[in-house]
Design a protein around this ligand. Structure first.
Ligand SMILES: Cc1ncc(COP(=O)(O)O)c(C=O)c1O
Ligand SMILES: [Zn+2]
Length: 396
């Protein structure tokens, strides 16, 4: 009988040590993130592109390449595939012929974080987890609280006290135990670690501190490849905080190459960060392999306020290997771009999505992007979650 999942084992992203994927494991003994690995011989035999055609337009269409072992274990709020929306007018104004956005705002809870939560919560429950803790800048908390509620799991969410109130309220609505901390997500992460270490909570679902959330994020990469007719755009632009989405997209493209489904073309990967919190850009510019903690991190694009990403070494490596680059944009540029794309193309992006587009604009101005490049910029969430940043007397 065909396997529902081709999951094979877990492998360390730094030292390559392997672990049994049937056990509940957080990270490698060396302290680095673990990645899920699949049985490529089996999958090359059993799965074809044609198999996908019949399936629902949902991230679960890739179930053989996801870590949930049985269909019954899936926790879903109907994670639809997200559309790619050409920004014709914005692109023309920037001097670009092929600019488009992958619009993640239609996912449950309004952001791409639903992908990681759907897969992460499903797999956690399948492995026997009854309670989990998650540090967040807001959106991951909303998503995990919602999916945990649906799965009947207890969720504890730690978040900075100045994280968007919408997200805090969403977590409370979903019945999560919300713990607010002074400081940034780094402090929320430390509290989560302490509480998990103290016992009584089964699982620490922090980004890259468990292997399965990334598997949900990587479905962005599968969708991009499928939507580009099993190829890729020239450039993918990603608003980066912890960078799990970017690492996931890269993993997805590597896996599709294992299957022989993609040509050799690789996209140049672009990291956009906020000037007020740009540890990766700084490390990239200095030629460093890892980033340093970014003090006094501050930006309106809250999802990108991550002073030190746990997967920084992976992100720097992916961007360099791809021939990509990193760029910082300031809060004024982010606000202006949000307004601009709404006015010109009617798309309401979140501040992080606007940051990515502001990065596109600057890279085009600098000549790094060419007029004819096919550029896909990620809009990671809905602008409607951030109306407090919009003035009511703005539209003059
Ligand atoms: C809307 C939004 N965009 C982007 C990000 C950054 O994502 P990543 O952690 O994959 O870099 C976040 C993270 O909180 C977010 O909420
Ligand atoms: Zn290791």
């Amino acid at each position: 009988m065909r396997a529902f999942s081709g999951l094979f084992q877990l492998r360390c992203s730094r030292c390559s040590a392997c672990y049994d994927s049937r056990e509940l494991i957080q990270m490698c003994d060396c302290g680095a993130p673990l990645f899920a690995e699949y049985d490529w011989d089996l999958l090359r035999r059993e799965l074809t592109k044609g198999d996908l055609q019949e399936r629902p337009q949902s991230l679960w269409r890739y179930h053989e390449l996801l870590p949930v072992m049985s269909e019954q274990a899936i926790v879903t709020l109907r994670e639809s595939m997200t559309p790619i929306i050409p920004l014709v007018t914005t692109g023309r104004a920037m001097g670009m012929q092929h600019l488009a956005v992958k619009d993640e705002s239609i996912l449950p809870t309004g952001t791409f974080k639903a992908r990681g939560a759907a897969v992460g919560v499903s797999r956690a429950r399948e492995l026997g987890v009854r309670s989990l803790i998650i540090p967040t800048n807001g959106n991951a908390g909303s998503a995990w609280a919602a999916y945990a509620a649906r799965a009947g799991l207890r969720a504890i969410v730690t978040m900075p006290e100045d994280a968007p109130m919408v997200a805090r309220k969403e977590c409370l609505l979903a019945g999560a135990d919300v713990r607010v901390v002074a400081g940034t997500i780094a402090d929320a992460g430390m509290l989560a670690s302490q509480l998990h270490g103290a016992g009584g909570i089964d699982y620490d679902a922090s980004t890259l501190k468990e292997p399965y959330r990334l598997e949900g994020k990587k479905t962005m990469g599968f969708e991009i490849a499928e939507q580009f007719a099993w190829s890729v755009p020239d450039v993918i632009v990603y608003p980066t905080g912890g960078g799990a989405g970017l690492i996931g997209i890269d993993k997805a493209l590597r896996e599709l190459r294992e299957l022989g489904w993609l040509d050799e073309k690789t996209p140049r990967m672009v990291v956009v960060q906020a000037q007020g919190c740009s540890p990766l850009v700084r490390a990239f510019d200095q030629g460093a392999k890892e980033s340093e903690f970014f003090d006094h991190a501050d930006t309106i694009a809250f999802g990108m306020r991550v002073p030190k990403a746990i997967g920084d070494f992976l992100i720097l490596d992916i961007v360099r290997r791809s021939g990509g680059t990193m760029i910082a944009v300031n809060d004024e540029e982010i606000s202006a771009e949000r307004q601009n794309v709404m006015k010109l193309d009617g798309l309401h992006v979140c501040p992080e999505g606007a940051a990515a587009l502001a990065g596109v604009r600057k890279l085009r101005e600098a000549g790094w992007l060419r007029e004819t490049d096919t550029v896909l910029s990620m809009n990671t969430g809905s602008g409607l979650k951030y109306m407090d940043q919009v003035s009511a007397d703005h539209a003059d």
